[in-house]
Ligand binder design. Structure first.
Ligand code: BG6
Length: 369
């Protein structure tokens, strides 16, 4: 069942090109027109939505954070992301013009189920992004968009995460199509970029040895920081979570711009810092800002490990280690930049002799509140 891999986690990390491809399959035609069969909410109703709230826990919540950037950019619908267990207890503003998008691999996470039930009671429309056919959350939602990652056995999520991000892109493009926020040609171009990501993920996986070697050399590390901006921020959070879950190493992810407002005080000689660098071809001088963040931590002694786009030579002089990912657009980059961080956490945990499939204290789906 592990297809010759030493763990389900390694198998599932390597399944990711297929997980993303399967999630994209059959959802658009050659003109780029999306038809989401399981989207059982009346299109007229979806046109009147004036707010989206994404609800999820753990890794799935980080997929939701990526979704916020894409959906707001493409659809111009205000989008919040909230942890399911916080949502219900704060008297949130939810009505019939609110679209709830829950994200759950298992479809059984009690915190998320209760949040969805609460939102429905307030009259909201609910869509479930889920990896498990017929599970409770999709059954209790108005519509479902299944991720087709295949069964995920390892407790900590990997392939389901990339499939969830892919599904939220499809949802965002579908809403943009329906509401006329993007031209059909633009949607077609984005879908074409998406269709290229499985092969690009495979390229990242083919370079796994480089990141595994680094992980082996860091087996005695006690704390690791992860920085990112824009969609690289949730990727940094996910990189830190994987390291905590699998290798039991203290790790924190930060928005790189937040560094100077506090976390930079943590930097001392030798502190490992991963930095997720956006494409230099992207908008808004994001790239330059992140490069200066790398310089800031390095000037204080950090050991910098940089994930950057192929051809981005500007980062080399600021980094102890550089891992290159293939070119893609700013919004789609998490499908690639996450992968080296998963490989790193898995390899480091394996080097320490831990069971990466069944980390201590964790359960695959938490069915209590
Ligand atoms: C946790 C799992 O308990 O639940 C995580 O250990 C997962 O891996 C989180 O991300 C949310 O689970 P789900 O099934 O709702 O996506």
């Amino acid at each position: 069942e592990k297809d010759g891999y030493p763990s389900f986690m390694e198998k599932e990390i390597n399944d990711q090109p297929d997980a993303v491809a399967a999630t994209l399959l059959g959802r658009s035609d050659l003109e780029g027109k999306l038809t989401l069969d399981e989207m059982r909410i009346d299109p007229q109703v979806l046109k009147t939505i004036n707010k989206i709230i994404v609800l999820a826990c753990g890794t799935s919540a980080y997929a939701g954070q990526v979704a916020k950037y894409a959906i707001e950019h493409w659809c111009r619908i205000p989008t919040e992301v909230e942890l399911s267990h916080e949502f219900r207890y704060r008297d949130p503003i939810v009505d019939e013009n609110t679209l709830i998008v829950s994200i759950s691999q298992s479809g059984e996470t009690m915190d998320t189920l209760m949040a969805v039930r609460y939102a429905r009671e307030q009259g909201a429309k609910t869509i479930s992004i889920c990896n498990t056919n017929g599970s409770t959350i999709p059954r209790e939602s108005d519509a479902v968009l299944y991720t087709h990652a295949g069964p995920e056995i390892a407790v900590a999520s990997t392939k389901a995460f990339l499939a969830q991000i892919t599904a939220t892109y499809l949802l965002g493009l579908y809403l943009a199509q329906l509401r006329g926020n993007l031209f059909q040609g633009q949607i077609k171009d984005i879908l074409a970029d998406l269709a290229k990501t499985p092969a690009k993920i495979a390229q990242v996986l083919a370079n796994a040895a480089q990141i595994k070697d680094l992980a082996l050399s860091m087996a005695n590390t006690r704390t690791v920081l992860f920085l990112g901006r824009h969609v690289g921020y949730p990727v940094a959070l996910e990189g830190a979570l994987k390291l905590k879950e699998l290798a039991y190493i203290h790790a924190e992810g930060f928005a790189a711009g937040e560094l100077k407002h506090g976390p930079i005080a943590l930097i001392e000689e030798g502190q490992p810092v991963f930095v997720v660098v956006p494409s230099p071809r992207g908008r808004d001088s994001l790239h330059a800002k992140v490069v200066s963040n790398i310089q800031e931590v390095r000037a204080r002694g950090a050991m910098t490990i940089v994930i950057a786009e192929e051809g981005d030579e500007s980062v080399r002089e600021h980094a102890e280690h550089v891992f290159y990912i293939p070119e893609t657009t700013t919004l789609l980059a998490p499908l690639l930049t996450t992968v080296p961080l998963q490989i790193f956490a898995c390899a480091l945990a394996t080097a320490k002799g831990y069971d990466v499939d069944q980390p201590r204290n964790l359960a695959k789906s938490v069915t209590v509140e």
